[in-house]
Design a protein around this ligand. Sequence first.
Ligand code: SAH
Length: 246
Amino acid sequence: MKPGGWVSVTGLGPGAEDLVTPEARAILAEATDIVGYGPYVARIPEREGQIRHASDNRVELERAALALSLAAEGRRAAVVSSGDPGVFAMASALFEAMEAGPEAWRNLEVRVVPGVTAMLAAAAAAGAPLGHDFCAINLSDNLKPFGLVLKRLRLAVEADFAMGLYNPRSKARPRQFAEVLTLLREICEPERLILFARAVSTPEQEIRVIPLREAAPEMADMRTVVLVGSSRTRRVGRFVYTPRSA
Ligand code: SAH
């Protein structure tokens, strides 16, 4: 192990430059290496001498192992994620790679730099739909059985949480989100508010708030975070909010 190396797992926020924290910016300026999924690496201004390791999606563990080995060689590796790195992103992957890797990796300097996650940016754009108890569920079944996704949804509705649903629908998984909507219709009242927030904080931002009975699977894609209100979530003027008492 060479001295001076570190890994940071840094959140870039949902898209807008203004939502990149000063801490994230400072870390990225100090890094010798930027590691991440191509489109996220592309968001960072190029710096002379800084090496960019852009990779495909779905190779999180390899990416994390690369960053850890760079740090062990004395380099300063910034792994980047959109939003917050701890929300369905690279921070856990990094610790999984640490756990599976050489014992010495456990002594490396690692810093997780938080960011604004999509559900919070989306909620802020709409008002305060997550203003009382809420949870977040990743709808992707890449790393867990889809039955578990449906079970968590059912229990979250039973507990009357508002919810942020990440990775709702992709070309590889076109059908699951339709099943999610079917389940929600079975267990929630038809007027329950659902919010489709696409490309939040970017020029393509689109936010649609509708009652559950009008929701259709095509309203979501991989750039959409879906917020489902609790039974108390309602509209006031052009805003949506959940009261603090429930
Ligand atoms: N770490 C990220 C989430 C990664 S999972 C975060 O904290 O936001 C990828 C999913 O995040 C997407 O499928 C989408 O559901 C959501 N997402 C990320 N950026 C978004 C944005 N700008 N607008 C809407 N949803 C977004």
